[in-house]
Structures are given as structure tokens and as C-alpha cells.
Design a protein around this ligand. Structure first.
Ligand code: FEO
Length: 409
């Protein structure tokens, strides 16, 4: 094993594991630079505390590093900030080796722990403000839910001013030089991690940052990627900026945003999209825009969805289904905060015409509010049908502006 500068401070050491070859994480994230499963040991005058474990397949690395720092009978506490298997994979093995250690988890982690270990084990559930002592070292727990799972918490080591932040401030970026002032440029990985893990939970990020602000922080020790010691505040500032930006930009010059996304094979769904956009844009207080899904990158889809107050989605029906780019657009929704946007669907069709209904069903599961029935027009829209499309867009826009109607929630 290469020599790693394990010491974060006199009493804290890195005992995690490196996974340089992982290329996809949690199915959804690309990890071109691999990753690490960070765990740490904190030594006090009255024992040691282990901060998280690692993915099961990497337990050997973890135990080898741990054994260089302590003997198992010195372990007084095992803290799991987050129970996802990339951090809890070696827990049972560790508890067998250190049966005297007290396991500490967040209150929200209790059910998950039972599902994960499938056996009765002793634990203490903690919430914000709970403190444990290692004699001359004191650790306070901070509840930071949804970052990344509901169970996630952070903790703060007072004497060394180290924040153990859980997944917050993580990066999937393998580099055994370990510290932000020594590793390569991981800024893209830091942002990418935020976009995929934290972005749907911006209000929770802001809540967590408020908690962190109560403490002076010299080092941030996250669960993945570089340890942040060069200018910890700069990472906090980035999270704050990213979490307060687009979410609150829900209008352009005070107007609400209606976005019409469409695909069209013979310009018929396109003709509907144009009239729908025109109808929506005619409503005072609305700015409506249309986007051809055939040429939209995923990141643009995410940004546009985030800033839209209403999303109107159109697809022709091909072989009894909506077209793939329409499904791809809706597949971006898990990256966003669930803010109950208005939704509507439409499409021209030749034979069966199920696509708008299918998309509306999917939007229902994604918690869109759906005030109007899908608009379906057979083949080429005539003048009356184009007017119907115009009125459809106007109706959705008026509801977006607050017109009261009964709607599916
Ligand atoms: Fe790194 Fe959400 O586990």
C-alpha cells in the first residue's frame, strides 16, 4: 500500500480506502477519476472513535490502516454519519472486532440500520447538539438530513476544529495525495458531485451550512475525495452560492416561466408547440419559451426544468410510446428539488396517440401538479385545433399565474 499522509492533525488520521477504478457510482454518476471511501480515526486520552467504515470490498484496506493507528480494544465509539453501503460495508466486521464499541447513528438511520444488518445490534441514536467525549477530545453531532440520504449527519471535533461532513463537500476523485492543496484539479468533480447528490436538496444544504457556521472550521473531512484544508470557507461559499442561485430565480424580470419541450417527426407536434407557446406567452406575467428536445443536452434540460414554473411536454406517439428524449427530460427530475411544478402534455399522433397520457402519468408520479387533460390532435392540426392549442397554452399559463382550478396533486 502506498504511503499516504494519513495525519489530518495530531489526533486524527485517515483510515479509508481508495477505489481508483470505479467508473460509475450509484448507477447514475460517472466517476472518471475513481473515488475514495473516507473514514477517520480520532484519538483522545480515553479511547478512540472511528468515523465511518468503507465499502465492503475495500474492508482489507480499511482494517490495515486502522490497525496501524489503534488496537481494537481501544475503540470506544463507532460513528456512522450515513448508512449507505459505501460507508457501512465494514461495520459488522468492525463491531465483531471491537464488541465494546458503542455505535452512534442519527435518529433517522435507525430503520435503515435494522434493514441493513438484519440482526439486533446495540446503538445510540443522536441528534443536533449531542456530544461525546474521548477525554481530552469532544465531538458534537449535527443533523444534516438528505445530504445525501435522510439519515445523514455531520460532526465537529472541537479541539482540532475538524468538520466530519458526511457526503457534504465530497468529490468522486481518487488521489492518494489526499489533501486539496496536494491533489490534482478536482474542481469539476466537486461541482459534479454537488449537482448529482446535493442539488435536489438545496434547502437542506442551506440548513446544514447554517449549522456549520456556528463553528470555526480548519479542516473539512468528507466521505469521498480530497480532504479540504486549504481554504475550507471557500467550499462552504460555493455550496451556498449554488444553493441560493437558480431556485430563487423563478422569474425573469418578475415574470413566471413556462417552458414548452417537444419532439416532432412531421412538424405536427411542432405546430402545436408553437401555438401553445404563443398562448402561454400571451398571458400577463408569463414568459414562455419552446425547446426542441432533439438538440438539448442533459445539463441544459436540468437547468431549464429547475427554473420553469410550468413544464409543458409534447411528443408524438411512435410504436405506442412517447419518444425517448421526452422520457429523458423527465428522468432529469430526480436531480431537482421537488417543488410541485405545474405540468401538462400534448402531442400529434397518427394511429393510437397514447404518448401524452403516458407522459402525464409519469409526471403524476414525479409530483407535478396537472391541471389540464393531455391535448391530443390527430395528424396535422387544422385552424380550429391550432386555436385549441393556443387556448391550452393560455390556460396552463393562467393557472401558473394563480387562476384557481381543481387539479391533480
Ligand atoms: Fe457516499 Fe451517499 O454515500
Amino acid at each position: 500500500m502506498p504511503g499516504v499522509q494519513a495525519a489530518l492533525s495530531p489526533s486524527v488520521h485517515f483510515i479509508g480506502a481508495f477505489d481508483p477504478m470505479i467508473r460509475t457510482f450509484d448507477i447514475i454518476m460517472k466517476t472518471a477519476n475513481g473515488s475514495s471511501y473516507n473514514s477517520y480515526i480520532v484519538r483522545g486520552s480515553e479511547g478512540v472513535c472511528i468515523m465511518d467504515t468503507v465499502k465492503k470490498q475495500f474492508a482489507d484496506q480499511f482494517f490495515e490502516r486502522l490497525e496501524k493507528q489503534c488496537s481494537y480494544d481501544e475503540i470506544k465509539f463507532i460513528v456512522l454519519h450515513h448508512l449507505e453501503p459505501d460507508h457501512s460495508g465494514a461495520l459488522l466486521d468492525l463491531m465483531e472486532r471491537a464488541p465494546q464499541a458503542k455505535l452512534i447513528i442519527s435518529g433517522r438511520a435507525v430503520m435503515m440500520l435494522k434493514a441493513l444488518v438484519k440482526s439486533e445490534i446495540e446503538y445510540e441514536a443522536v441528534s443536533t447538539g449531542k456530544t461525546i467525549s474521548l477525554g481530552d477530545k469532544t465531538i458534537t453531532f449535527l443533523s444534516t438530513p438528505f445530504l445525501h440520504w435522510p439519515d445523514t449527519m455531520s460532526s465537529y471535533l472541537h479541539e482540532e476544529k475538524i468538520l466530519f461532513s458526511g457526503d457534504v463537500f465530497g468529490s468522486h476523485y481518487y488521489d492518494e495525495r489526499l489533501y486539496d492543496d496536494e491533489v490534482g484539479d478536482f474542481s469539476y468533480a466537486f461541482r459534479y458531485y454537488y449537482e448529482h447528490i446535493m442539488r435536489p436538496f438545496k434547502p437542506y444544504v442551506l440548513q446544514a451550512l447554517k449549522l456549520y457556521k456556528k463553528y470555526e472550521i480548519d479542516v473539512i473531512a468528507p466521505l469521498h475525495g480530497p480532504i479540504l484544508r486549504m481554504d475550507p470557507q471557500s467550499y462552504i461559499d460555493k455550496y451556498e452560492k449554488w444553493s441560493t442561485g437558480a431556485k430563487y430565480k423563478k422569474s425573469i424580470a418578475g415574470r413566471k416561466i413556462v417552458s414548452v419541450f417537444y419532439m416532432s417527426s412531421y412538424d405536427n407536434t411542432l405546430a402545436m408547440a408553437e401555438k401553445i407557446t404563443e398562448g402561454a406567452d400571451a398571458v400577463d406575467g408569463i414568459v414562455a419559451s419552446m425547446y426542441d428536445l432533439a438538440s438539448l443536452e442533459e445539463q441544459n434540460m436540468i437547468d431549464l426544468l429547475e427554473e420553469s414554473n410550468a413544464v409543458i411536454l409534447g411528443s408524438p406517439t411512435i410504436n405506442g410510446d412517447a419518444v425517448k428524449p421526452a422520457w429523458d427530460l423527465l428522468a432529469c427530475m430526480p436531480y431537482l428539488e421537488n417543488s410541485s411544478k405545474i405540468g401538462a402534455t400534448f402531442g400529434s399522433f397518427g394511429w393510437t396517440g397514447e404518448a401524452p397520457d403516458m407522459l402525464q402519468d409519469r409526471m403524476r408520479w414525479l409530483k407535478f401538479r396537472l391541471p389540464v387533460d393531455p391535448l391530443k390532435i390527430k395528424l396535422i392540426p387544422n385552424d380550429q385545433e391550432l386555436m385549441q392549442s393556443f387556448n391550452f397554452g393560455r390556460e396552463v399559463a393562467e393557472i401558473t399565474m394563480g387562476k384557481m382550478v381543481e387539479m391533480e396533486l
